[in-house]
Design a protein around this ligand. Structure first.
Ligand SMILES: C[S@@+](CC[C@H](N)C(=O)[O-])C[C@H]1O[C@@H](n2cnc3c(N)ncnc32)[C@H](O)[C@@H]1O
Length: 267
């Protein structure tokens, strides 16, 4: 059974995420756009990582608004804290426990590429906590891995791991379907505004870039069940499989994310 550890992060992985997370940053900007975040709003970024998107949102809400960015990984919160802005606060914290925040205290809350790291119970608590801290009519948005349309890397990686007698672990283990997202939101009392799967195409320079990204965005969980020798073997086998997909722009891989926007009752 897959379990996700929050104890595998390192300063190197946190820095690699800060400098190599353009994918998350770019689809995060689309999420913020869909949420219609505007000047003067009070916003909660849950699972903010190194705070790149939170700093962008702080610019949008301006000095009359504010952003609070929380993440359970202290090394990533340290990097977020260096993005000093008078209207941006950072703290170590988890999605499923927002007890540090008063009921009805935010206009908007969002989780960008976070929910797929939470198990079923944690997910429901996270969404219910978001409902509690939002004002009446407040908006929730999230992007999360789609279970009905997995990342193109997944079957390739599963095949390679099977070849060396290993299971795939730590690759977005708790992805959801659109129907499951709807149930999650309904149970927490949200009214769904939009719910869709969006497809993104990435081009990587080589297999090492792909593995670096997987390692840093999974905070060390990706392939953490393998020995160093097994990791080298998987890297070489993956390189052979992925090179066969090379295009003039690089190694082309599609990924699919569920984008959900919902609001609490009251407005
Ligand atoms: C792929 S990163 C996304 C970071 C950021 N939201 C972004 O857009 O770049 C996933 C983040 O989820 C966070 N995370 C994992 N478990 C969490 C939990 N229980 N509550 C809140 N965040 C969590 C991790 O610490 C990590 O920073």
């Amino acid at each position: 059974m897959t379990t996700i550890s929050l104890a595998l992060d390192t300063p190197e992985l946190a820095q690699a995420y800060e400098h190599g997370s353009d994918r998350q940053f770019n689809h995060g900007k689309l999420l913020i756009e869909a949420l219609g975040v505007r000047r003067g709003q009070r916003v909660l970024d849950v699972g903010a990582g190194t705070g790149r998107l939170a700093a962008h949102v702080a610019e949008i809400v301006g000095p009359e608004g504010s952003v609070v960015a929380i993440d359970p990984l202290p090394l990533r919160v340290d990097i977020a804290r260096q993005k000093t802005r008078s209207n941006l606060a950072t703290a170590v914290g988890r999605a499923e426990d927002l007890s540090a925040f008063a009921t009805g205290s935010f206009d908007v809350a969002y989780l960008n590429s976070v929910l797929h790291w939470l198990n079923e119970g944690q997910k429901q608590r996270a969404i219910s906590e978001a409902a509690r801290v939002l004002k009446p009519g407040g908006k929730l948005g999230f992007s999360t891995g789609s279970r009905e349309k997995p990342h193109q890397l997944e079957p390739i990686q599963r095949k390679v791991l099977a070849e060396i007698g290993k299971e795939a672990q730590g690759t977005l283990p708790y992805k959801l379907t659109v129907d499951e997202v709807r149930t999650l939101l309904d149970r927490a009392g949200f009214i769904v505004d939009s719910l869709e799967i969006r497809t993104f195409v990435d081009h990587a320079a080589d297999v090492d870039e792909i593995l670096r990204h997987s390692g840093s965005s999974s905070f060390g969980n990706h392939l953490s069940h393998l020995s160093p020798e097994e990791k080298r073997e998987v890297r070489d086998r993956l390189a052979r499989e992925l090179e066969a997909r090379r295009t003039p722009q690089g190694i082309r891989l599609e990924r699919h994310l569920i984008f959900a926007i919902a609001h609490t009752a009251g407005n």
